[in-house]
Design a protein. Structure first.
Length: 431
């Protein structure tokens, strides 16, 4: 837990975390005496006497990384193979498709897609599936975002695919582009080092822009202010499940802030200092007060499946929610904790000196500042973005292999779902 906040006492209990390494990584960031600088998080402080901090001991997870990966995969697979239906923690009958979608009283929500003209056909494919499986029944509006003007052809194509409202938004240069204060020499060195490490897209400035935009900018666009919820959609994804309830109203009805389908490891070289910078942020002023006492800390710091990752990331597991599918309450991102966190991260310039993805940034923000019980695994929604799947075992799902995590069936050790399910979902059985 408190790798983030560093209580020696708690670290002692979480023996599997390498205390020395974490404090070392904090020292590297200029703190002479790491122990002195680290604070207890809010919530944890209050319960210090009884140490009533929510986490599960990991004593049952002895073994080599391969064995741990196997145990974790089986944990996920056992859950994944169970026959499931719709969520049970909300009255789904209340949020069934309306008789007339045109006059439906929708949640304040939009499907959001950042996309390029040349991805028209790939996005068409995603949209056709999503319309068929969900949106033709509810008609949630689409918002397409681009830093380039959308072509007439693109606009007409998108309009032709849905009866829902469709909006095209131009992202202003000052929002999209690399900030002027990025040190180009440092950037060049950073990119070379990323290339040496084989980090994908690292020499594409546009990809860095995209990651920064999705991390901390899209929800501030004036055109999205009227919405509270959004669902992200990407080109070339598949939806395998016929969805017969309003997923946005499910989120608002349960008060959940975030929904995902896949959780996995990231390239540690792309986020070398994201976690140490995060710790630095938490140690500034009263920022540690933003920590949620029921954060998903175990998910964030798990080290046994890939011990080598910790050595590169200074204590971050790299476990993250795969953000190409995400349904979220933008008020979480707009809130003080996440806003200040993003501003801090942005001030380091490392969206360009490194290749921080929006997925680890969102996931760390959520794991630290949100109640983990408000983060929802949409186990029932079949989804594919190359090369990973979420493939539920229910009658509404067709076209994928239940129990399989990826297209090639050989990326099992990239799966973080076992850790998520075991440590972060609480006692409540959602399905
Ligand atoms: P990957 O999933 O990490 O391989 O990255 P993608 O290439 O799928 O990019 C993520 C999302 O951002 C997709 O929806 C892309 O269409 C979009 N995207 C990426 N780069 C750009 C860009 O330079 N401009 C625009 N408008 N969209 C982009
Ligand atoms: Mn993609």
């Amino acid at each position: 837990i408190v790798v983030l906040a560093g209580s020696a006492l708690l670290l002692h209990r979480l023996e599997y975390i390498d205390h020395e390494m974490v404090t070392d990584s904090i020292r590297q960031f200029g703190y002479k005496n790491a122990e002195d600088k680290i604070k207890m998080p809010a919530g944890v402080r209050n319960t210090q006497d009884g140490l009533k901090i929510e986490y599960v001991e990991v004593a049952d997870r002895q073994g080599t990384p391969q064995e741990i990966a196997h145990i974790n995969f089986q944990r996920w697979k056992n859950v994944q193979q169970k026959k499931i239906h719709e969520p049970k923690d909300f009255n789904i009958e209340k949020i069934r498709p309306p008789a007339d979608p045109a006059t439906y009283d929708r949640e304040l929500a939009s499907i959001v897609s950042l996309v390029r003209n040349r991805e028209m056909h790939a996005l068409e494919s995603s949209m056709r599936e999503f319309e068929e499986k969900f949106n033709s029944k509810f008609l949630y509006p689409y918002t397409f975002l681009n830093e380039q003007p959308f072509s007439q052809k693109f606009k007409e194509k998108m309009r032709s695919l849905t009866k829902a409202e469709v909006n095209f938004v131009h992202i202003p240069n000052e929002v999209w582009r690399k900030p002027f204060d990025i040190d180009t020499l440092k950037e060049k060195e950073g990119i070379q080092s990323l290339l040496d490490d084989g980090v994908g897209y690292s020499d594409m400035e546009s990809y860095h822009n995209m990651c920064r935009f999705y991390s901390g900018a899209f929800y501030k666009l004036p055109e999205l202010q009227k919405y509270r919820y959004y669902m992200r959609m990407e080109p070339d994804v598949k939806f395998f499940t016929d969805i017969n309830y309003d997923i946005f109203k499910y989120l608002s009805g349960t008060g959940k802030v975030y929904g995902f389908t896949v959780a996995l490891y990231d390239s540690p070289q792309s986020v070398r200092t994201l976690f140490p910078e995060t710790i630095k942020f938490l140690n500034e002023g009263n920022n540690s007060e933003y920590l949620h006492p029921r954060g998903a800390f175990q998910f964030t710091t798990e080290s046994r499946q890939h011990p080598e990752i910790h050595k590169i990331t200074g204590g971050y597991s790299t476990c993250h929610f795969w953000s190409n599918f995400e349904i979220a309450d933008m008020d979480f991102f707009r809130g003080e904790a996440y806003s200040k966190y993003f501003e801090y991260l942005d001030s380091t310039g490392k969206f360009y000196y490194e290749r921080w993805g929006d997925a680890p940034v969102h996931s760390l923000g959520l794991s630290l500042f949100a109640d983990k019980l408000k983060i929802h695994w949409f186990q029932d929604i079949g989804y594919f973005h190359f090369p990973y799947y979420n493939c539920p075992n229910n009658e509404q799902t067709k076209g994928c292999n239940n129990g399989q995590f990826d297209e090639f069936n050989d990326l099992a050790n990239q799966n973080c779902m076992g850790t998520w399910l075991h440590f972060e979902t609480g006692v409540k059985d959602v399905y």
